[in-house]
Design a protein around this ligand. Sequence first.
Ligand SMILES: Nc1ncnc2c1ncn2[C@@H]1O[C@H](COP(=O)(O)OP(=O)(O)O)[C@@H](O)[C@H]1O
Ligand SMILES: [Mg+2]
Length: 233
Amino acid sequence: MKIGGTVKNGDIISDCNCFKQAVINETYKKSNISKLDEENFSTFDIGFYSNKVDKQRYGIDKSPRENIEHIKNISKEFASNIDNANQKNLLFIGNTGLGKTFLSNAIAKFVMDNAKTVMYETAPVLMDKVIEYKYSYDKEGKKKEQYNDIFDVDLLIIDDLGTETMSNNKFTELFNIINTRLLNNKKIVISTNLTLNELYKQYDERVMSRLIGNFVICKFVGDDIRLKKKRIN
Ligand SMILES: Nc1ncnc2c1ncn2[C@@H]1O[C@H](COP(=O)(O)OP(=O)(O)O)[C@@H](O)[C@H]1O
Ligand SMILES: [Mg+2]
């Protein structure tokens, strides 16, 4: 998709913001993310993360707040370096309710606002779509375009990795997606509720070596923000 536009106005060539905005809106729609207004870097509240160091509870030497500040900075850096071949991808690890999806959405918005394309999919939906496409007779039209987007968008976000049902075909396709994108320097953000050990049990050596070698592993720690918010309301 071509992004950005110029209009000739006498001698002046200026950016046509309305066109740009229309393209951005279209990219937002295509990305599958509905919460871009609510979940972005400016609304990401680090106040939900405890500022107490508690190694026994959180398993790390710093407070959850210090930890998330660091991860937020890594995420901003990532989002602004989407085209840089030296920029590694991001693997978000941690229990449920710690802001992994929120931060992925924040990255997505930042990237799209810089006129880049993003696709967000949970692992179960993504893998079902891929398998359905691979084994369908109809490989033309919209389905083909959607399949190609998985490989072509500037940023692919795979959420909830590990919640998909497993099959050898899916492993092969998952490896193919990750590997092809890495080879083409197309960025990926993956989130999972599984620990690294659990990932090793679930995925084969090939997928794991790609994840370990090409991703910055960001471990989210803290207390379930979903529960905290429920208590407030
Ligand atoms: N830093 C944050 N500031 C404000 N709300 C947050 C933050 N992180 C998470 N939330 C909210 O908490 C809930 C769970 O966050 P989510 O990103 O879905 O967690 P995860 O993907 O790690 O399970 C959501 O309603 C989300 O909007
Ligand atoms: Mg999530």
